[in-house]
Structure formats: structure tokens, C-alpha cells
Design a protein around this ligand. Sequence first.
Ligand SMILES: N[C@@H](CCC(=O)N[C@@H](CS)C(=O)NCC(=O)O)C(=O)O
Length: 240
Amino acid sequence: MTHLDYPILTSGYPLGSSAGLVAAFEWLGLPYRLTRVDMFGEMRTEAYRRLNARVETPFLVLTDGRILTETMAIALWLEQRDPENRISFESGTREADRMHQLMAFINTSFTASFIPLWAALEAEGMDHGAKDTLREFGRHMVTRRHEQLEELVGNDPYLVGDKPTLADAIFVGVARWADFHEVVERGRYPRIEALRHRLETDPAFEFALAIEGGDQALGGGAMKGVVPLEELMHAAGPMV
Ligand SMILES: N[C@@H](CCC(=O)N[C@@H](CS)C(=O)NCC(=O)O)C(=O)O
């Protein structure tokens, strides 16, 4: 049976939501390794499909070789390994409930609002009219979810309280998609903007971006090395 010394998290590029989970590992300080995945290239191969049949990032290879897919499942895996509540809160508290609520909203409603924009961008052979409809719908959905999130963000420096948590991790990897698709006017959502600025200039997220960009960054010391995707094909076993 496979035994890895550390779990391995994928870092999808370009613009992978996984960058947020990389930041979460850094904030938590749990030893891990990373594997970069080109989402427009190697992710589309049969070999990758054997790792994640949904052909997506992120996934986490556990030390026994099992593969844990889905952002929420990986975030909950991290939460269970955070006894000092560095990136979470004590179970059953008001803060834990709010963090879970925000994680769910961001991972479902907020993230999903970008799907029509990605679909319009990636669709091959779709006529211009259909693409325009998708873009218009995407802009409408992204705007609506930003309005809702702006209301949900309180007066704390982070989504819940005065430290970055798993809710911020799930948010920061995806929030930048609004810039890429040029859908959100600057200055329109001041609370979201302030939060994004705080998170995007955090060394943990800057490290995640450096890895995404292929730089040889070290981070805070928890990241124990970058594993080529090719090697994962041998190390990883059945899905969880
Ligand atoms: N339900 C998955 C969705 C992950 C997801 O949307 N991943 C994107 C990158 S951030 C992806 O792999 N997209 C590739 C595609 O849809 O073709 C999760 O929450 O982890």
C-alpha cells in the first residue's frame, strides 16, 4: 500500500481556485507537498481522468494514496486537523457556524455564478448570439452574488473575525475571476475590495500565486516540495 510522507495538493493554473487552499495549508502550517496542474493541457488527458474522473482541480492525495476531491471536502479535512483553530473555530460556536455558512455560499453560489462566463470563453463552435447570452447571464449572476456577499461581509478584517480562515481561503482563489472576466466595477463593493486586498497581499496567497506561476517559491516552510504530476499517477490510488 502507498505511503506518502505528506499529503499532496494540486495547484491548478491558470487562475485555479486551488490557490486558496494552498494559502490555507500555509496559514495552518501543516506539512504538505504541491503538484502543479496545467488545466488547459495535462488536465485534459486520460491519465488525469484516472486521478479525478470529473477532470477538475483541486484534489488532495492523502498519505495512504487515496484521492480526496472537492474543495469543501478538502477544507473540512483541514478543519479536522486544526486543533488550535488557526484557520477555523471551535466546533459548535457561533463563529464556526458563520464560517461554514460563508464557505458554502462561496463554494456554491458565488463560485457557480462564474460558470456561464467560463462556458462562453471555452465553448468551441458556439455561435456569437449564444455566447453573448451566456456572457450577459454570467454578468448578471456574478453581480447578484457580489451584492449578496457585500451584505454578508461584516466589519471584521476577515470574513469571520480577525484572522484568515477556511472561508477566506475558499473566497480568495475565486474572487480574482471577476477581474479576469472584467465584470465588476472598481469601487462598487468596498467591503469585498478591502477583504480582497488584505487577502491578496497576504504572504500565504502570494506564495500560492508564485507556485501557480511556476516560480520556485518556498513559502512559510510547511510546503515540503513540488511533485511532478507524472509521479502522482503512480502514487495515487482509488478515490475516497
Ligand atoms: N466542485 C468542484 C469544482 C472545482 C472546479 O470548478 N475546478 C475548476 C478549476 S478552479 C476546474 O477544474 N475547471 C475545469 C473545467 O471545468 O473544465 C470543487 O468545489 O472543488
